[in-house]
Design a binder for this molecule. Structure first.
Ligand SMILES: C[S@@+](CC[C@H](N)C(=O)[O-])C[C@H]1O[C@@H](n2cnc3c(N)ncnc32)[C@H](O)[C@@H]1O
Length: 388
């Protein structure tokens, strides 16, 4: 049975916990805030898109889509007439892809008490989630996802899978009483509206042009005009419910922006290996940028070996919160410190390896452990002692 374990993060956006890997999908600090700070803000998308007519984005480990949603939210504030925006959203969990437009990124005031109750129930075993209860920091309300963003996702899901795109599993999750706090009512209403008209249309298709007209009149009032005015037809989203390594082997796209947001390397090393970054490098344009929350030595070393320039990403308090990798050095705004560079050449910097992008996570971890144990490289602690 599918385990859907939501909890309320500290900016009132919905986070998920995965019991199988004993890992959270989203930081307790705030799922939406994290998407903005670690993935969107470092891109400076307004400047990046200024002279570009095409933007190909790859969202690796889309999950419930915070990074794509935050990007679309920003794109909605720009003039995109004449530009073509393509986002490939890859995740091997199709249920999450289907649920993504409906999951609330700002839990409603009245539902927050109920949502809080489920924190203990759903993520009791995970330390970081427990911290939310004690987090004393102010709630970050800076970011809010526009309703249109979820409507764009629904429009694209319908294009790809038809009106009734929700699987039985997803319908069951959405119907569960205890999950209600985590779903967004206005998006649900929008989808039901589309679905009802589709059913009426289907029944009366040949009998009544009248119904057809109402359908398009309503849709046009509610969204088609907005879609046209904002040039939202220039945006296409492709949902790819598969292993990202399979997608990389099949695609012939050239990506400009890559979000890399998988579980940590110790849980899911197959998306952090040297060969994985080699493959990504070959699929990225000369002017491309990859962003990730991860800043560990094996990941950064693998990126560098693949040919990327790498740098730190910072939040507005100047804390290091992740890594940016690019083929063009001018996109590196905050260079690595000498200590960070030194650590890449220690045992800790030994990359994960996955020669044909086929190995399972356990084998990749075991192979790295063996390489680590037999390595003559200096250890990270020795290096740090020497370079205080
Ligand atoms: C940390 S969560 C991603 C959170 C997501 N970016 C969001 O905004 O909700 C990691 C995701 O990686 C997916 N995943 C794990 N291994 C994968 C693989 N080999 N290929 C594609 N997706 C994978 C999981 O299903 C999960 O949704």
């Amino acid at each position: 049975m599918y385990k859907f374990l939501p909890y309320m993060t500290n900016d009132y956006s919905t986070g998920l916990y995965n019991e199988g890997v004993n890992d959270i999908y989203h930081s307790a600090f705030g799922a939406l805030t994290e998407a903005y700070e670690k993935f969107i803000n470092p891109l400076n998308i307004k400047t990046y898109m200024k002279d570009k007519m095409r933007l190909n984005v790859l969202d690796i480990c889309y999950g419930i889509g915070y990074n794509t949603k935050a990007l679309l939210n920003e794109i909605l504030t720009l003039d995109i007439s004449g530009k073509e925006i393509n986002i490939d959203c890859v995740d091997n969990d199709k249920v999450l892809i289907e649920l993504s437009p409906f999951i609330s990124s700002r839990i409603n005031l009245l539902k927050r008490i109920k949502a809080k109750k489920y924190l203990r129930k759903n993520v009791e075993s995970y330390d970081e989630a427990k911290k939310i209860v004690n987090l004393k920091t102010g709630i970050n309300k800076t970011y809010k996802i526009h309703d249109l963003v979820n409507q764009i996702l629904i429009k694209n899901l319908i294009n790809e899978y038809g009106h009734d795109f929700l699987s039985e599993e997803s319908k069951k999750i959405m119907a569960e009483n205890e999950n209600q706090a985590f779903f967004d009512l206005s998006t649900l209403k929008f989808y039901k509206f589309l679905l009802n008209f589709e059913v009426i249309l289907h029944l009366k298709q040949n009998k009544s042009a009248f119904v057809h007209n109402i359908y398009y009149k309503n849709i046009s009032k509610r969204i088609i005009d907005v879609f046209k005015k904002k040039h939202l037809d220039n945006i296409s989203i492709n949902f790819c419910p598969k292993d990202i390594r399979e997608h990389l082997k099949e695609t012939d796209k050239e990506y400009d922006i890559v979000f890399l947001d998988g579980f940590t390397p110790s849980k899911c090393p197959c998306i952090w290996s040297e060969e994985f970054f080699n493959k990504l490098y070959s699929l990225m344009s000369a002017d491309s940028i990859l962003v990730t929350y991860n800043s560990s030595a094996p990941v950064r070393n693998a990126m560098q070996k693949a040919g990327f320039y790498i740098g730190n990403t910072l939040n507005n308090k100047n804390d290091i919160i992740g890594t940016v990798a690019a083929k063009n050095e001018t996109y590196i705004k905050h260079e690595l410190t000498e200590k960070q560079i030194g650590l890449l050449n220690t045992k800790s910097g030994i990359p994960y390896r996955d020669e044909n992008l086929l190995l399972d996570n356990d084998t990749i971890l075991l192979n790295r452990k063996n390489e680590f144990d037999s390595s003559n490289l200096i250890s990270a602690s020795q290096y740090l002692k020497k370079n205080k």
